[in-house]
Write a protein that binds this ligand. Structure first.
Ligand SMILES: CC(C)(COP(=O)(O)OP(=O)(O)OC[C@H]1O[C@@H](n2cnc3c(N)ncnc32)[C@H](O)[C@@H]1OP(=O)(O)O)[C@@H](O)C(=O)NCCC(=O)NCCS
Length: 431
């Protein structure tokens, strides 16, 4: 077997790269366009022949109140004639090298084959689910707690207001794509054209714009299932269940045939809680899963500092302590000191370690991803036997800093060009 080389894309690779994508995805129309600048595109060669492709779409995400540079991995494919020879792994290593050098702190992808990525430090965020509420439950709540709301057609003239609502909604989430006007425009544009399927409505309450709702209406009847209105985004400053029910009632007023309102895996935690309170039920939808990889641990923790510090301060108040315990996190060899003795969190390079009061918690990159995506507390990882903490008493403090919490992964990676200017990246493909 020749040598596997995973390298940055060059203009001359374009034809071969397109052939590989079409063969690996078994789809003659599959493609990776629009391409990011070439330094974000990885091809793999075997004996000088292009046999693999992936690209990284640089995007910005909200993480606990900060906006963080991220990369969405796109169209990972190896020519079927050359699979199971290590080409995919070589491309993943090159992609991680690029993400680190481009300061893309974390990365996302969606895939039907999570096992392949898990061995490279990626972790499934959660399975996709759909929350659905029948019309009768909406009606019952509205009868009990009427709130006067009016839905008006959206207009691209007010894009800036919609972006402001969405950004407020996103900034309260732990992971959510950043939206600027360029990102938001294609989402709103189609729905504003007044078709029967897509909709975008402004929500007015007490003479004021209170938010917006974006989604689609079922166009075809599925056997034994009510026609549904699917909410893709409901941006409100507060998810009061009575207000949500009244917005849903207005949506259902479109036609008596619609029997339910649903919201998909992208539903924000506040809306999910409101829908649950209204009697919504969650159904796993299967299909692709979302995965995350934390590429640079120290930078990630730096962005999340305020949120982690809030957990630390609450813990110290509860325990009536002036200061916490310093902890070195060792994530696959990346060592970061969480300095907590002052009573506030300071993120430092880990020069200190055992022997001077500093606890050490080693975690695999996958388990670190589980911790920061709110799926597993540090003490759970230790209980599972996947990590050993040399000072188990510190786990209470760490659990308070890294609480389990709901996470939303919501992005449209084809809109990545909207973020490049803010990221200081020249959008020219061959740059
Ligand atoms: C997913 C995909 C990109 C993997 O590409 P690949 O080049 O076969 O990947 P690798 O050879 O590096 O790894 C595949 C498996 O072969 C094994 N392998 C690696 N080198 C090997 C070698 N020299 N000999 C035998 N097996 C090997 C790996 O251990 C790996 O197993 P794992 O997934 O359990 O870790 C490829 O299957 C593909 O193109 N699929 C279709 C498109 C697709 O679904 N893409 C993902 C969409 S997000």
């Amino acid at each position: 077997m020749g040598k596997i080389v995973a390298r940055t894309f060059e203009h001359r690779d374009e034809r071969a790269m397109n052939g590989v994508i079409q063969k690996s995805f078994k789809n003659p129309a599959a493609n990776a366009y629009p391409l990011p600048p070439s330094r974000f595109v990885v091809v793999a060669e075997l004996g000088g022949k292009v046999v693999g492709h992936t690209s990284i779409r640089p995007m910005l995400f909200h993480v606990g109140g900060s906006i963080v540079r991220a990369g969405v991995l796109h169209m990972v494919g190896t020519d079927p004639a050359y699979q199971h020879k290590g080409i995919g792994h070589a491309m993943m290593d090159k992609a991680v090298e690029t993400m680190r050098s481009e300061r893309l702190v974390l990365s996302f992808l969606e895939t039907p084959v999570p096992g392949f990525y898990a061995s490279k430090g990626w972790e499934v965020v959660r399975e996709r689910a759909d929350v659905s509420i029948p019309r009768a439950a909406v009606d019952a709540r509205v009868a009990k707690a009427p709130v006067h709301v009016e839905l008006r057609d959206g207009s691209l003239d007010r894009l800036a207001s919609y972006v402001a609502f969405r950004e407020r909604m996103a900034s309260k989430c732990w992971f959510f794509v950043h939206a600027n006007e360029e990102y938001m425009k294609p989402l709103v544009e189609k729905a504003c054209q007044g078709g029967l399927v897509d909709f975008f409505h402004e929500i007015w309450r007490g003479g004021k714009l209170a938010g917006y709702v974006l989604g689609t209406r079922d166009a075809t009847v599925k056997e034994a299932k009510p026609l549904r209105i699917a909410v893709q985004e409901l941006a409100l400053d507060e998810y009061d269940p009575a207000l949500v029910a009244n917005v849903f009632k207005e949506l259902l007023a479109f036609d008596d045939e619609f029997g339910a309102v649903s919201a998909g895996f992208y539903v924000v935690p506040g809306l999910a809680a409101a829908m649950e309170e209204l009697g919504g039920t969650e159904v796993k939808v299967g299909g692709n899963v979302d995965m995350v990889r934390i590429n640079t641990v120290k930078e990630f923790l730096g962005h999340a500092r305020d949120q982690l510090d809030g957990g630390l301060v609450a813990f110290l108040n509860r325990e009536k302590l002036d200061g916490g315990t310093d902890v070195t996190l060792d994530v696959g060899g990346e060592r970061v000191l969480l300095s907590c003795t002052s009573g506030h969190l300071v993120i430092k390079d880990a020069e200190r370690s055992k022997g001077d009061g500093c606890a050490v918690l080693p975690l695999s990159r996958n388990d670190f991803a589980r911790v920061v995506t709110g799926q597993a507390a540090p003490s759970t990882i230790v209980k599972e036997g996947k990590a050993r903490c040399d000072q188990p008493a510190v786990l209470g403090q760490l659990d308070a800093m890294f609480p389990t919490q709901p996470v939303v992964i919501n992005y449209t990676s084809t809109f990545f060009l909207a973020h490049l200017e803010e990221m200081g990246i020249n959008p020219f493909p061959w740059a």
